[in-house]
Design a binder for this molecule. Structure first.
Ligand code: 3NM
Length: 206
């Protein structure tokens, strides 16, 4: 897959009154190079429409587009890939359905990370690093100790996620993360572009 640095996930609850496309376009202008549509409403018709709009936007800017959970919607809109949780469709089954599209998997422990790598995931999520209110069913924070473990033991790309803010991202980067994902810090900001630029500067300083 095309490598990335700053990963943004949609979170419409964080920007009432602003359209998702407007917010995501600002994020792209700030340096986000991969976007995931994450919508837990369960309304597939609405999610499909959002996916189509995000596909158009990301294509315009050459940004990678991932759909959370819905393999069928990802295929329908020709997303670049899908993102799955531990309780979703098993990776080997998903691979049969998506061919060579990107498959990302959330992992919360090194055994899950190693299994995802062995089964052919293209990247893994590593989190939640810090407490987060954005994902309700998530496990306790894994802390940056898990980042260090993944750096040592896993070869495929990983992205750190969960409670990552401008004020704590330096610690995550120092632990070895070169790719960062944030939801509330990015899409909940009054200055989406500025926050993304600040994340990128920190990632570039390494
Ligand atoms: N996945 P925020 S944590 C979508 O650990 C998601 O797998 C996580 O949101 C994981 O940046 C998370 O607002 C939510 O904390 C991240």
């Amino acid at each position: 897959m095309k490598d990335f640095r700053l990963y943004a996930i949609t979170g419409e609850q964080f920007h009432p009154g602003r359209s998702m496309i407007e917010v995501m376009e600002e994020a792209i202008k700030g340096g986000v190079d991969i976007i995931q549509l994450r919508d837990k409403s369960g309304d597939k018709a609405v999610i499909t429409e959002k996916a189509k709009a995000l596909r158009e936007l990301t294509r315009k800017y050459g940004v990678t587009f991932i759909v959370n959970d819905y393999i069928d919607i990802a295929m329908e809109v020709d997303a670049d890939g899908i993102h799955l949780g531990q309780g979703d469709v098993p990776l080997l089954e998903a691979r049969k359905m998506v061919g060579n599209k990107i498959i990302g998997i959330s992992t919360h422990a090194i055994a899950e990370a190693l299994l995802a790598e062995q089964q052919g995931a293209d990247y893994i999520g590593v989190g939640p690093i810090y407490p987060t209110a954005t994902k309700v069913d998530v496990v306790d924070p894994v802390t940056i100790a898990y980042v260090r473990e993944v750096v040592k033991e896993v070869s495929i790309p990983f992205v750190a996620i969960g409670g990552i803010k401008l004020h704590n991202v330096d610690d995550v980067i120092q632990a070895g993360a070169t790719r960062i994902c944030a939801v509330s810090e990015i899409v909940g900001s009054d200055d989406v572009k500025g926050v993304c630029e600040a994340f990128i500067r920190k990632l570039e300083r390494g």
